[in-house]
Design a protein around this ligand. Structure first.
Ligand SMILES: [Fe+2]
Ligand SMILES: [Fe+2]
Length: 283
């Protein structure tokens, strides 16, 4: 090991590279993570592709990973073949590259909703003539399958819809079912079960802090909308995919969210410590 002292600050860490993973036939999670170069846990920034008769892009990655996102996506599908682009909600980590994606995919229609378009306003760089509004509870015929928009039980935007594919049994949970990781992880069964349960609970409480206000019976009914689907896997933006053998446990964790206690989030003292570490010697 080279222990020569350096007079230069360390080079910026290269963002780790994770390749797409096929989680079901013709269905890929396009992987990315954020925060692996920072202290504390990282989160995935995933999106998905359903390469059916009419290929469907599900969420569109983050802008600071655009080059790799397009490389991964177009390594799996020709831009000319993409027919649908489903955006789960109006957060930048879900619609990040949508303008460029729609420019590159001339035959694609953006599957959005009235409220999503309202909330994004001029941020949504896609002509209304290319929109298709699909709200919670509605379906979309994509040629060889009919996808259902189903809101996950936990969310951080009122525009959120998940997406269920009855051909593969894959449900896209958007921000729900997420779990922080220390490094890119394809499936939750690669995690320690207790760490998975704890991380999912913390993510759930931090991302949906309203959940302890809900009527427990109404919330359980909302959870059942997903639980009672003929699921084989749940993929999501911010965590590893949940395979068939872990679905029951995932449902339990999400169902218990109203009664979980989340640790406090980092505060000013943590920010001070972080800034001091960046500027050694500063008062
Ligand atoms: Fe979100
Ligand atoms: Fe998100």
């Amino acid at each position: 090991m080279d222990t020569t002292p350096t007079t230069h600050p360390p080079a910026p860490t290269e963002r780790p590279r994770y390749r797409p993973v096929e989680i079901a036939p013709e269905t890929w999670v396009i992987q990315d993570t954020a925060g692996e170069d920072q202290p504390g846990p990282a989160v995935h920034m995933n999106s998905m592709l359903i390469r059916g008769a009419q290929p469907v892009v599900v969420d569109t990655g983050v802008p600071d990973n655009a080059d790799r996102y397009f490389e991964d996506l177009f390594g799996l599908v020709d831009p000319a073949d993409v027919r649908w682009v489903f955006v789960s909600h109006d957060d930048i980590d879900h619609y990040g590259n949508v303008g460029e994606l729609m420019r590159l995919c001339p035959d694609a229609t953006l599957v959005t909703s009235w409220f999503l378009c309202e909330r994004l306003g001029s941020e949504l760089d896609v002509a209304p003539t290319r929109w298709r509004w699909l709200d919670d509870g509605e379906t979309l015929d994509v040629g060889d399958r009919t996808l259902s928009a189903i809101r996950p039980p936990l969310y951080d935007s009122p525009t959120t819809r998940g997406l269920f594919d009855p051909v593969t049994g894959v449900y896209w949970g958007s921000d729900c079912y997420a779990c922080p990781v220390t490094t890119g992880t394809e499936f939750v069964d690669d995690l320690d079960p207790d760490e998975w349960a704890g991380g999912t609970g913390v993510f759930a409480r931090w991302n949906s802090p309203w959940v302890d206000l809900v009527d427990r019976d109404r919330y359980a009914a909302e959870c059942r909308r997903v639980e009672e689907l003929p699921l084989r896997a749940i993929a999501n933006t911010h965590g590893p995919t949940i395979g068939a053998s872990d679905l029951a446990r995932a449902h339990e964790i999400i169902r218990s969210a109203p009664d979980l206690v989340a640790p406090p989030q980092p505060g000013q003292a943590d920010l001070d410590a972080m800034l001091a570490a960046l500027r050694p010697g500063a008062a």
